[in-house]
Design a protein around this ligand. Sequence first.
Ligand code: F6R
Length: 249
Amino acid sequence: MKIIVCKDYEEVSKKAASIVIKEMMLNDELKIGLATGSSPIGLYKNLIEAYNNHLISFKHVTTFNLDEYVGIDRLHPQSYYSFMNENLFKYVDIDKENINIPNNDISKLDSLADEYDARLLGNQRDIQLLGIGKNGHIGFNEPGTTLSSETFITELSEQTRIDNSRFFGSLEEVPKYAITMGIKNIMYAKKVLLIASGKSKAKVINKAINEDITKEIPASILQLHPDLTVVLDEEAACEIKNLDYLNRI
Ligand code: F6R
């Protein structure tokens, strides 16, 4: 595990983007697992800047998003389909055919997870970006999720719905369900890049990387990933006591 502590969100975004940019420069057909939420927005801004400066191209890149809400239309402004378009895709030369976001069409609910799993299985991601929920979720693998899960439809925890209500008008408008890659899908990526910033993530970051691996903190399974990089700002890192030791594992 490699833990990089940066001054603030801006530096986290730059550092995390530089890791992705390096991978893109080495492999123009990179397969990237993408996350949504507040954490990667700055990273995506840096990728757009690198694209505008002709450092990278998305032409042959393939992307796989972690999750999508179920129960709202794909074109809803808070769907992750819209998020990705607004925060990255519309600014770069990505081929629409190479964008994979879990389908949330409720008329096909029974087959959605298997269909996404089939796409993921044939496409090992070179790098998987992750944020972390205050309750330790990664993707929408909420506390208690089996650590060997593949893509599934999940009920969002109360904590997650409260946290994400900041993007919606009210708590009632936050969907109750989502489709998410499972932990097994996430662990299948060659590299994992976890980013977090702010004091509200400090306790869970310490639990995830420093304490026992447990279903109650799904992100703790990442300790077993052979190529994990964690990029944090000082606030998110402030509960970690043995940073030097962790960096040697
Ligand atoms: C988003 C996702 C979630 C978020 C997590 C943190 O695709 O899978 O696990 O990464 O909820 O969200 P933020 O970054 O908004 O704090």
